[in-house]
Design a protein around this ligand. Structure first.
Ligand SMILES: NC(=O)c1ccc[n+]([C@@H]2O[C@H](COP(=O)([O-])OP(=O)(O)OC[C@H]3O[C@@H](n4cnc5c(N)ncnc54)[C@H](O)[C@@H]3O)[C@@H](O)[C@H]2O)c1
Length: 440
């Protein structure tokens, strides 16, 4: 049953049971359980899957990964992939549903098989960034609701294609910029937006340093491990020899598959910046690279190891995005004070500004669970989720133009690029070549 027919069924069910049943109560009822599939069950996919089960958010019908199962994810002793994920789900259902052994969750290496299933309402795309657009566009055409991890896209052109597909097919897409579902971030960004620190003059965002070390120039190819479909993992990216530091978790440090920490953590800190500025669907009009460091040419990790860039919005407000020890931090500086939020806590120029600051939720109601629940609620109601597709695209675009500026800086020296946030083009014609990677 695809998303539309499911929604129609929900509407008829509501019509039959509307008496005495609030929509809020229905949203959590067993009858509303959606059938979902997780595509990509590695570091983040397994984390989301475990939360999904613990909070009983729906039924996990299928998991998909090109890795049958292996160690060597973010930490060496993390054992993930499609078979461990499938077994985890079935064991969980066997222990918690109390009706004998479950084997209802199946595993596949073929993501197209997942999307072709009529009985799957929603798909989680928790794959490397170069796979977000191909999968999301296909899933949208099949009428699936989509939870797509951040950064929403690999390139600005990819993001545009995703927005177009989601709107053409009328499906719900939530981007995994989950700070949108963190009440602490909501408090700070909404306070900034409401003018609690006066007109904002500057926002400073932080992206973490690389947390892994890859091989330098002259690195040697390795044999592809048994059970890992490397060619499909590469997908539309250049065909290059295998090395374990290219793939699981570490893909984020290679520009063929991701954008380094600017897109990885910037998809949180820059997302909060635009939220607090009230510029969810906007972008700066100029961007200037201030600092960028890269590893020697030929290193496997070729995204920036350190960065600093400066954006200016049309009203003169400045955004500085820089590498720092805190992986994610967003600091709003206004004429009357400042507010700062991030992974390590929340501070302000005056304690009064933090009156009423909520606790960060934890356990089976933690931030990631809330973000997934918000998505599922919207699949049922048709409302926009908190990080809807245009928001995800706008945030990713800011990160991408930051990357473009620092990469050009490394090649051509200091230069300010003029950006049209509506048309999404640079005034400098040659910089527009970097908006796409020209991949199928
Ligand atoms: N919201 C967050 O804070 C957060 C945190 C971590 C990662 N992420 C995002 O999640 C995504 C995945 O990151 P990760 O750290 O989990 O990476 P990972 O390498 O640990 O996991 C990705 C999994 O996808 C699989 N995969 C790759 N191509 C596939 C394909 N074509 N079909 C099926 N499976 C495929 C890989 O084999 C791997 O198991 C990235 O976009 C990343 O930015 C978000």
């Amino acid at each position: 049953m695809n998303q539309i027919s499911r929604r129609q069924m929900m509407a008829s069910a509501t019509a039959l049971t509307i008496l005495g049943t609030s929509s809020a109560a229905r949203a959590g009822s067993v009858n509303d359980r959606l059938n979902v599939a997780f595509i990509g069950v590695g570091n983040q996919g397994m984390g989301l899957l475990k939360r999904f089960l613990a909070a009983d958010l729906g039924n996990v019908a299928m998991v998909c990964d090109v890795n049958r199962g292996s160690y060597g994810y973010k930490e060496e002793d993390h054992f993930y992939g499609r078979e461990p994920a499938r077994d985890f789900v079935n064991d969980y259902y066997t222990r918690h549903r109390g009706k004998g052994n479950y084997n209802t969750c199946t595993a596949t290496e073929d993501w197209r098989e997942v999307i072709a299933r009529d009985d799957i309402d929603a798909v989680w795309l928790v794959v490397p960034d170069h796979w977000h657009r191909p999968m999301a566009v296909t899933a949208a055409a099949a009428g699936k609701a989509i939870y797509c991890e951040k950064p929403q896209s690999l390139t600005i052109a990819d993001g545009q294609a995703m927005v177009a597909a989601v709107r053409e097919h009328g499906v719900v897409l939530q981007t995994g910029s989950h700070e949108r579902s963190n009440p602490v971030s909501q408090f700070i960004c909404e306070a900034a937006k409401a003018g609690k620190i006066g007109p904002i003059r500057r926002v400073v965002t932080t992206v973490g340093y690389n947390n892994k070390v890859g091989p330098g120039p002259g690195w040697k190819a390795e044999p592809v491990p048994d059970g890992f479909d490397y060619q499909t993992w590469l997908g539309n990216a250049p065909k290059v020899p295998y090395h374990h530091d290219r793939c699981l978790y570490r893909f984020r440090f290679n520009y063929d598959y991701s954008g380094g920490q600017i897109t990885n953590f910037g998809a949180h800190s820059n997302d909060m910046a635009q939220w607090g500025l009230g510029r969810d669907l906007d972008g700066p009009v100029s961007i200037q690279a201030l600092e960028a460091k890269f590893l020697p040419e030929g290193s496997l990790f070729n995204t920036a190891t350190e960065t600093k860039f400066r954006c200016v919005y049309e009203d003169g407000v400045e955004l500085i995005c820089q590498s720092g020890p805190e992986q994610v931090q967003t600091r709003f500086e206004g004429e009357d004070g400042w507010l700062q939020t991030g992974y390590r806590g929340t501070t302000a120029s005056s304690p009064n500004l933090l009156d009423g600051l909520p606790e960060k939720p934890s356990g089976t109601d933690d931030v990631l669970t809330r973000h997934m629940r918000n998505f599922l609620d919207c699949v049922r109601t048709g409302d926009e989720p908190r990080a809807y597709v245009e928001v995800g695209h706008s945030t990713a675009s800011l990160c991408h133009i930051g990357n473009i500026a620092i990469r050009r800086h490394a090649q051509h020296g200091d230069q300010t690029l003029d950006w049209d946030p509506k048309k999404q083009t640079f005034a400098q014609e040659d910089a527009n070549d970097l908006l796409t990677r020209n991949r199928a």
